[in-house]
Design a protein around this ligand. Structure first.
Ligand code: HSE
Length: 375
């Protein structure tokens, strides 16, 4: 395999280092803005030279961001080159365009590192969905948020300090608001659901609440009541009805999610035959993420392409009700009890709480008693 590598940042550099030890994958050109030279690959700023090079059969996109990643990936597919990317924003945003295009052109397209960093999540989801209906996907999908929440809970760190550390360790997106506002997790659960259920979720109907407003006082309340807070995604398919959302969620200390440390993720599927399967590993970082990019290249060599056939657009129903911890001015008729300066609600729908949060952007919400570990 001859690769045109786009981007030489955290993931691109990791990919280059790992494949340097292999003889089945060679990086022929690296497209990047950095002023570097490499012993065995041409470094260029000119993506067109990758397109024009017929010896390059595969484009590995590790630039991140939507533009020009989208234009480059689209042009690569149209030129008949296979694509491997770790860019969840790209695949999620242009799912309806890139996946059918790749399938129409007979081009192989994989993006395992886009969800779960170094975890073999999408590749196992691909196997799981071959022989059963997938009923639910989701879990802890963002290493940065898990690092922050874990540091606040176990080490008593403040939010800002924990975020700075996650950035220094290379976990956070270039713009870390993408992580802490739940957008990164949102991309990942939409992409996972699309593959799991063989559909295309209407992303505009999938709400995301993040962790930017969590305080040390919130964490103290959770501890006092025996809970640990995690940022969790959910995608459900039940009797042809689809539900999906991202929100901070409280787990009892004995539940698996409560124990997940640092940048690790815990991603779960529930299948009609297999029941629950959970996948644990590093959700971010140079070599874990680059590892999955290399795995995708090896899968391309063995003939694999995208994980599932492209499926039709579906709408979302988030009418399911659950209780929430809410710090903010929530309607009094929906309050069951008080925890310090926050409240615990009566069961209210996911849809209602996320709509309320849009009007109250300084509030913090966390779902509790969601039954996540009962399935
Ligand atoms: N910023 C992402 C995270 C990187 O923290 O999980 C991996 O997708």
């Amino acid at each position: 395999m001859k690769v045109g590598l786009l981007g030489f940042g955290v993931v691109g550099r990791g990919f280059y280092d790992i494949v340097a030890t292999r003889d089945d994958i060679a990086v022929a050109k690296v497209v990047c803005l950095e002023d570097i030279s490499l012993p065995d690959a041409e470094v260029t700023r000119d993506f067109q030279s990758v397109l024009a090079d017929d010896s390059i059969d595969t484009v590995v996109e590790a630039m991140g961001g939507l533009h020009p990643a989208y234009e480059f990936v689209r042009a690569a597919i149209e030129a008949g080159k296979n694509v491997v990317t770790s860019n969840k924003a790209l695949v999620c945003t242009f799912y309806d365009e890139l996946i059918p295009l790749a399938q129409a052109k007979g081009v192989k397209f994989r993006c395992t590192a886009a969800v779960g960093g170094g975890i073999c999540w999408l590749s196992e989801l691909e196997r799981a969905r071959r022989v059963q209906k997938i009923l639910r996907v989701g879990g802890i999908m963002n290493g940065t948020c898990n690092y922050i929440l874990d540091s606040m809970t176990r080490l008593g760190l403040g939010y800002d300090e924990a975020l700075k550390q996650a950035q220094a360790l290379g976990y956070a997106e270039a713009n870390p608001t993408t992580d802490v506002d739940g957008i990164d997790t949102w991309h990942k659960v939409i992409l996972s659901s699309n593959i799991a259920f063989g559909v295309s979720l209407d992303a505009a109907q999938v709400p995301a609440a993040g962790i930017r407003n969590i305080t040390a006082e919130d964490v103290e309340q959770f501890k006092a009541h025996g809970y640990v807070c995690k940022l969790v995604s959910t995608g459900i398919c039940k009797d042809g009805v689809y539900s999906a959302y991202v929100q901070p969620t409280l787990f009892e200390t004995c539940e698996p999610e409560a124990t997940i440390p640092t940048n690790y993720n815990l991603i779960t599927l529930v299948g009609e035959h297999s029941g629950r399967q959970s996948f644990y590993g590093q959700g971010a970082g140079r070599y874990p993420t680059a590892y999955n990019v290399v795995q995708d290249c090896v899968d391309l060599l063995s003939g694999k392409s995208f994980y599932a056939p492209y499926g039709a657009k579906v709408t979302i129903d988030n009418s399911a009700a659950m209780c929430y911890y809410i710090r903010g001015n929530f309607p009094a008729d929906k309050v069951a009890e008080r925890w310090g300066n926050a409240v615990i609600t009566t069961p209210v729908s996911v849809e209602f709480v996320h709509a309320w949060l849009k009007e109250n952007p300084d509030a913090f919400i966390a779902a509790l008693n969601t039954g996540w570990n009962e399935a």
